[in-house]
Design a protein. Structure first.
Lengths: 299, 190
């Protein structure tokens, strides 16, 4: 098993667990200044910022719930997926032993914790191939990692339109009602200020997965679809007027980001799938050369 | 900032109000999903004394280094999952404080009023800040039965910061913010 690949993945896990990507940290620091000094919201943000410094310095988890371990891999044609998975699993085991990751894999039938973060479905791998015509650049593998905690995962939800309770029809207004309802229901339980990953369409499984993949987008990117870009802005604007604030303490900053994608759907179904991510948006990635060495960080 | 030190008497606890910021010193016992469910079902008796104690909704990262337990990360978990069980825990075991995040519901608020208890909110995700406040791991209970994150960890803490968000007078910040934000959303729609 390629030792270099395993070490690179171990480093990726440690960094993802203990440091926020630059775009998220910048967003949080901007949000702090919008909260009144002396308010509960400001108190929450002060502790959050202190925590970010401590975690980065000590190379220890920002949050003890290191969550589900989600690998998104883009590999060249002809690469060995089994080898990659084996190296990643070894890296996960080591990361758990060091305490970069909490022991988070529990048998759903027996309640027994596996102790090393491995188990059916853990960690999760999504593999894609690079460009069809390989060039030298495309000989590299890119691996993105999200550590998604359970608290915010529990705030994810899926609507089926039309929704009677929300008076939401199968249109963009209906979608918007779903997103704002999800933010309202979450309150502070998902560790607001949160980030929404959204998918309009798909089926119940692909919709949720695509909504999670939206969380790979940097907070400061722009949606290439103008209609979705507009909705992202509108939802951010309205959500931040609800005064839920960090931790649900009441405050100006309730959402740090809203990233919306769309998939085609069957005529009978219209799902709006929402993955709610907490402020501790642990997302990182690395480009690896053919030996498995990190050549650059992706966020 | 008020210092909250043992003994955590009923009088002391009943004097706290929503919005009060405290720094807690003394012993905390972690307790989350598995422990609450087991206490409710009677699967395991409570293996430690929770009379006038503060419990902490937390699944820490703890590793053993040279025979000693070291806490690597210890922020709060979402409390609402324990809502079905917490009234009975407070009533049966004499718990005086519950630390967690995201708040709890009407039944727990009722228990706070009836028995003299408060809900204290720690900042979700601030695992290093709280790990630093833990001066010693006094012990761990039910480790083999429920695993590390779900076990009852007995932590000695100094100056552990928290905000009272549910007090023993029937006040809940969470109810307030839910009402306010719901009204704002209705207003935004019209």
């Amino acid at each position: 098993m390629p030792e270099k690949l395993k070490s690179s993945l171990l480093e990726l896990i440690q960094r993802t667990s203990s440091e926020l990507p630059k775009d998220v940290e910048a967003s949080i620091r901007r949000a702090v200044s919008h909260e009144k000094v002396g308010s509960r919201a400001r108190y929450a943000f002060d502790i959050i910022c202190e925590n970010l410094e401590l975690a980065k310095k000590a190379k220890q988890p920002i949050c003890q719930d290191t969550g589900s371990i989600l690998f998104f891999v883009k590999a060249p044609i002809g690469s060995n997926q089994h080898e990659f998975e084996a190296a990643a699993c070894e890296a996960v085991k080591e990361a758990t032993a060091y305490g970069y990751l909490r022991q988070n894999s529990v048998d759903s039938l027996t309640g027994k914790n596996s102790g090393n973060n491995l188990g059916p479905g853990n960690p999760y791998f999504h593999f894609e191939q690079n460009a069809k015509t390989p060039t030298r650049q495309h000989a590299n593998t890119s691996v993105r990692l999200i550590l998604k905690g359970g608290g915010c995962e529990n705030c994810g939800t899926q609507y089926s339109l039309p929704d009677k309770r929300l008076d939401a029809q199968r249109n963009m207004d209906g979608v918007s009602k779903c997103l704002l309802d999800a933010v309202l229901q979450a309150q502070g339980k998902g560790c607001a200020p949160g980030i929404l990953g959204v998918c309009v369409g798909g089926d119940r499984a692909t919709g949720y997965m695509h909504s999670k993949e939206q969380l790979l987008r940097p907070l400061d990117d722009k949606n290439p679809n103008p209609e979705l870009a507009k909705m992202e802005g509108d939802v951010m604007d309205k959500a931040n007027k609800l005064f839920i604030g960090p931790m649900g303490f009441g405050g100006e900053c309730t959402l740090l980001g809203c990233k919306i994608g769309a998939l085609n759907r069957v005529p009978a179904s219209f799902f709006v799938s929402i993955s709610y991510m907490c402020w501790a948006d642990r997302r990182q990635g690395a480009e690896l050369d053919e030996e498995g060495k990190i050549v650059k960080w992706l966020y | 900032m008020a210092l909250l030190t043992p003994p955590f008497t009923e009088e002391k606890i009943r004097s706290l109000k929503v919005g009060d910021m405290v720094e807690i010193s003394g012993v905390l016992f972690t307790a989350r999903d598995a422990v609450h469910q087991c206490l409710h079902s009677g699967k395991y008796p409570l293996p430690c004394n929770w009379k006038d104690a503060i419990i902490y909704h937390c699944g820490p990262v703890v590793i053993k280094d040279g025979g000693k337990w070291i806490v690597k990360a210890a922020g709060p978990t979402t409390s609402i999952r324990e809502e079905p069980y917490e009234y009975d825990v407070i009533k049966n075991f004499g718990v005086r404080g519950v630390i967690g995040k995201g708040g709890m519901g009407a039944k727990t608020l009722q228990a706070c009023k009836e028995f003299g208890c408060v809900y204290l909110h720690a900042i979700g995700g601030a695992a290093q800040v709280y790990a630093q406040k833990i001066t010693n791991v006094n012990g761990v209970y039910l480790y083999d039965e429920v695993g590390s994150p779900e076990a009852i960890w007995e932590f000695q803490v100094k100056d552990f910061p928290a905000v009272v968000t549910m007090d023993s007078n029937g006040n809940s910040l969470h109810e307030e913010i839910l009402k306010l934000s719901s009204e704002r959303l209705t207003h935004l729609r019209t």
